[in-house]
Design a protein around this ligand. Sequence first.
Ligand code: AMP
Length: 424
Amino acid sequence: MKVLVIGSGGREHALVWKISQSASKPKIYCAPGSAAIGELAAPVAIQPEQVEKLADFATNEKIDLTVVGPELPLTLGIADLFESRGLRIFGPSKTAAQLEGSKAFAKEMLKQINIPTAAFGTFTDAPSAKQYLSERRPPYVVKADGLAAGKGVLICFNSQEAERAVDEILVRRAFGRAGEKIVIEEFLEGEEASFMVLTDGEHILSLASSQDHKRVFDNDQGPNTGGMGAYSPAPVVDQSIHERIQREILTPLLTGLKNKGIRYRGVIYVGLMITKEGPKVLEFNARFGDPECQSIMMRLKSDLIPLLEATIDGKLNDIQPEWYEEAAVCVVLCAAGYPGSYDNGKEIHGLDKLRNWQGGFVFHSGTVKENGRWSTSGGRVLGVTARGHSITAAVEEAYRAVGEISWEGMHYRKDIAYRALTNL
Ligand code: AMP
């Protein structure tokens, strides 16, 4: 069997790592991959957005299964293209991926089918957006409609800040075409969690719950990032919240998609705020979260390939994955300056000490290897992911491993999973 994974970050490293353990012993390719992924998969020098080239490669190499990591190729229609060429691909169609690709599309859908979410308005011109703000109270949440690499959400604590955010996105186009439209939302209070499911368009299979840490500094301070760490399971998603997510969000969502003629096949990542009234949707992603994927792959006992194939074949009701009982924690190590500008090329020390680490795995998000030495090549650099018999044990093991690694300017949060630990 030949499998192609698309992407090059920590999430794709985790997917390749898990697929490499499959009983079907696949030959794995990764486009474009990275030096670290190259230890498990053959690199393919094609970028994720070069969807035609990827389809040509998959055809020529007779790839049996393609797994899409990042969102961009999905919103460009890679799944539609592959299917039109008779190629098997894990990931939703272009229309279905609008759940992530357009916040306005997702919010309208939520409203139509009455799924709990923050009250909102959608705008294409600044005066109407400001009029809407003047009728509401702070804090305000201002979001660019399209893909903005996790940076298009601004939480504003007064009206001047919110008006500036509107001008920044709609007038000065800080996020380019992703900001042709904006969504302004009511600010929700509560604890965040994410929930990932597989769906084949007819059935939903829950993966594990997890919690991400978006802010750069401890105690959720500082600007938002792509994600500073994650753990799974998330105790805030207890049995009753889990059932409500199924009943109030996922089941109606699937029905709503079907009623619109959209067959969604792939991962749905639901970003949630668990409020006093119950779970409310913050956002959807059409792919695995990064770094949640790293924690979840660490906990998945079953072979990943049959799960991906059942999703494509509409057979998710025939399959029940097994999970390790243990918890998993991923701590993301970042370059100095991230999420602002940062330098690449800092030599990373200590990775050799973790080569045969029994307690987990170090997934690489932004590294290169030259002359046998690893150095940084990105804002988020490594995802140190440990398993433990409890969240506490997994946290201890992850930070013990983090203690082995260093480079100039390396920074990371010291409080990953603090919410789970305080809930114990
Ligand atoms: P999103 O990409 O839409 O999930 O937004 C990124 C982050 O902004 C979320 O993880 C939350 O921390 C925060 N956020 C987004 N929408 C809201 C909201 N309506 N109320 C409170 N916080 C929000």
